[in-house]
Design a binder for this molecule. Structure first.
Ligand SMILES: Nc1ncnc2c1ncn2[C@@H]1O[C@H](COP(=O)(O)OP(=O)(O)O)[C@@H](O)[C@H]1O
Ligand SMILES: [Mg+2]
Length: 208
């Protein structure tokens, strides 16, 4: 079993979008996948309730209650954890203790880069991460083809000494599909192929 924590203190950076897309991609690949929601807003669980019966199955785990953390994972190949936005050191350490990898979404904006830099510094102090038992992967999200996004991301990568493993474009389809309990991995249409391709490096890093 591999547990992947999707976390960043910065709200709205795409934690839930990345959690559900990863879960669906792995489920589509034939794995037994559990999606654990540790965020009291429970967006990932609400997404799962909308998921149509015919879609690749994903098990729902509610990790928001007292003592629920880490429960219900038996038989799962993958546990994808949607972390709360209000994650502070104790919760972060408890969640990271469950994880093989931490995926940190970052938006190509000055404010997000700054908050993400602080978050990365903080989690770097957690023993499991310091000892290399849990890897940290950055994912640039909502990247626009024009404008300064590429330059901002390059500057950010330079500052922290780590480049994003994947860059996910800004596309309305993410929100539209989420409303239906779906992701780009649930849709075979050719228009979604370039979007799916952007997830390949992250999936490769996690499955290697
Ligand atoms: N790559 C993307 N392209 C377009 N919209 C996105 C993308 N990623 C996330 N969003 C939208 O941004 C908003 C915040 O994303 P969400 O995944 O809920 O972030 P978080 O869980 O970190 O608060 C949502 O409305 C979501 O649909
Ligand atoms: Mg969320």
């Amino acid at each position: 079993m591999k547990t992947v924590l999707i976390a960043n203190r910065k709200g709205g950076c795409g934690k839930t979008t990345i959690a559900v897309t990863l879960a669906a991609a792995l489920a589509d690949g034939g794995w037994q996948v559990a999606l654990a929601d540790a965020d009291p807003q429970k967006s990932a669980l609400r997404w799962l309730r909308r998921r149509p019966a015919g879609a690749a199955p994903i098990r729902a785990l509610d990790w928001t209650g007292a003592g629920a953390l880490g429960s219900g994972t038996k038989g799962a190949d993958w546990v994808i954890v949607d972390a709360p936005g209000s994650i502070y050191e104790d919760d972060a350490a408890a969640l990271v203790a469950e994880a093989r990898a931490v995926v940190v979404p970052v938006l190509p904006s000055f404010f997000d880069a700054d908050a993400t830099r602080r978050f990365l510094k903080e989690i770097a102090g957690i023993k499991r991460i310091r000892k290399g038992k849990a890897g940290v992967e950055l994912v640039a999200n909502r990247v626009r083809p024009r404008g300064r996004d590429a330059a901002r991301l390059a500057a950010f990568a330079g500052q922290i000494g780590q480049a994003p493993v994947a860059e996910i474009s800004e596309r309305v389809a993410y929100g539209d599909l989420a409303e239906l309990g779906l992701t780009v991995f649930d849709r075979p249409q050719r228009v979604y192929a370039p979007m799916r391709a952007q997830w390949t490096p992250l999936l490769g890093a996690l499955t290697s």
